[in-house]
Design a protein around this ligand. Structure first.
Ligand code: UD1
Ligand code: UDP
Length: 424
């Protein structure tokens, strides 16, 4: 089996690394394509080296530019490589422009697209990442979701249950695989008490008002703030003339992965607008204050470890107070058990063996799809969903929707949606 794996940015290398490890231990061969969206040493190559990720077989060198420019260049480059390599599957992760390009290129060439970390939704379509998530998920053939909740998001949009697999998020694997090494090998000096800050989301840093508000609020905190600054943010701080305004906030270059994990683990709390950092903070038990008005990771809020602060002074300081007032970390990580990479690879191998990766061959085209609702009566009661002959898309029990997972047992009066498909 041959997989084509595509990554464009720092977080994709981190989150794909557990999958690459699992590929190495399996019969799956892979080709690795970098889109070149991140090209600075400290945003890409450093992570390839630290995570022992393979060097790219191809680099599309798309570089920086507008959303359309980056996406279009990557689609063009990918089309050529995919046509030559003819892989069994194409794998991409998350919500960056690389994922959007892969979704479009692979679906037009009828090669199965595997989307890892599918199903996340901020419900804010002004974010470029949300547009990427929605489009990618609708074009994906196999969707690996981190949680039941992200699986339900997909069902609500009509995406077929049979394409969705709950595995946990690979960031948990990466964090657990690397934290000990990070504590041993970190080369960064830390003070005895400090906060950590990361900030790069376009809607925050491209707005002078927002970035100023955020930094001014954080400047009021009683402890030093370590701020490894993303290059997008470096540029904005310069162009908005903010550089000399902050003394409590110590700006440093972006950190390597091991250094970053070490600094995060030892921080009193982290302030961030990053997706991955919210997940790592939960995994490492560090209070997190999210500098955004929404998050596509609500599980971290429900766990009581992440606090959504908004982007104004009062909200930020209030959320900081809450986060610092003591948090119970004795919880099961809702984002997974650190085995997501293995589960993803095992599932791909099973799907291949069952012929389910050939879905797009012309003879397997679906001609008709009918959906209908049923109330569970005595004839179905007690059946395990996956032992029945019915394909069940949605399950509602006492007004609450459940994900039709493999272990779900049908109970009297549940409302279920059934799909019938005809193949011609
Ligand atoms: C991108 C992703 C974002 C992700 C982030 C991870 C999209 C739409 N955005 O945002 O979801 O959270 O990566 O960090 O895909 N630059 C450099 N060196 C580089 C790359 C960029 O200096 O290697 C500078 C350029 O001036 C560029 C700016 O950073 O214009 C922004 O880079 P870009 O890749 O467009 O978006 P990110 O903000 O990195
Ligand atoms: N990270 C890092 N060095 C830094 C900042 C972040 O190694 O200076 C890592 C961090 O461990 C996390 C990932 O980068 O796994 C998050 O990337 P980013 O915030 O750029 O993107 P997002 O997760 O928001 O897409």
């Amino acid at each position: 089996m041959l997989a084509l794996v595509v990554a464009g940015t720092r977080p994709e290398v981190i989150k794909l690394s557990p999958v690459m490890r699992a590929f190495e231990d399996s019969d799956i061969n892979y080709i690795f394509v970098a889109t070149g969206q991140h090209y600075s040493f400290r945003l890409f190559q450093k992570f390839i080296e630290e995570l022992k990720f393979p060097e790219p077989d191809y680099n599309l060198d798309i570089g920086s530019g507008s959303q359309a420019y980056q996406t279009a260049r990557a689609i063009e480059g990918l089309e050529k490589i995919i046509s030559q390599a003819n892989p069994d599957v194409i794998v991409a992760q998350g919500d960056t422009n690389a994922v959007l390009s892969v979704a479009l290129a692979s679906s037009k060439l009828n090669i199965p697209f595997v989307h890892i970390e599918a199903g996340l939704r901020s419900f804010d379509m002004t974010m470029p990442e949300e547009v990427n998530r929605v489009v990618a998920d609708h074009l994906a053939d196999i969707l690996f979701v981190p949680t039941e909740r992200s699986g339900l998001n997909l069902l609500h949009e009509g995406i077929s249950r049979e394409k969705i697999f709950i595995t946990g998020n690979t960031i948990v694997d990466a964090t657990l695989q690397n934290i000990e090494l990070a504590e041993k090998k970190a080369e960064v000096d830390i003070p005895s008490g400090y906060f950590l800050l990361t900030l790069h989301r376009a809607e925050n840093v491209d707005s002078e008002r927002r970035i100023r508000n955020i930094l001014e609020a954080l400047e009021e905190l009683d402890e030093e703030i370590i701020f490894p600054v993303h290059p997008r943010t470096v540029q904005r701080i310069e162009s908005f003339n903010l550089a000399g305004n902050f003394h409590n906030i110590k700006q440093i270059k972006p950190l390597g992965y091991l250094d970053f994990l070490f600094v995060l683990k030892n921080a009193r709390a982290v302030f961030t607008d990053s997706g991955g950092v919210q997940e790592e903070a939960l995994t490492l038990g560090v209070p997190c204050i999210t500098l955004r008005t929404s998050t596509e990771r609500p599980e971290t809020l429900e766990a009581g470890v992440n606090f959504l602060a908004g982007v104004d002074r009062e909200g930020i300081l209030k959320a900081a107070d809450k986060a610092l007032s003591g948090i119970n970390f004795n919880l099961k990580n809702p984002l997974g058990d650190g085995q997501a990479g293995k589960k993803i690879v095992e599932t791909l191998l099973n799907l291949k063996a069952e012929g389910r990766l050939d879905l797009k061959k012309p003879e397997k085209k679906i001609g008709e799809e009918k959906r209908r609702f049923l109330r569970v009566g005595s004839e179905l009661k007690g059946k395990r969903i996956y032992n029945s002959n019915l394909e069940i898309q949605r399950v509602i029990q006492s007004g609450r929707e459940l994900f039709p997972g493999e272990n779900l047992i049908l109970e009297q009066d549940m409302l279920i949606e059934i799909i019938e498909r005809k193949f011609y």
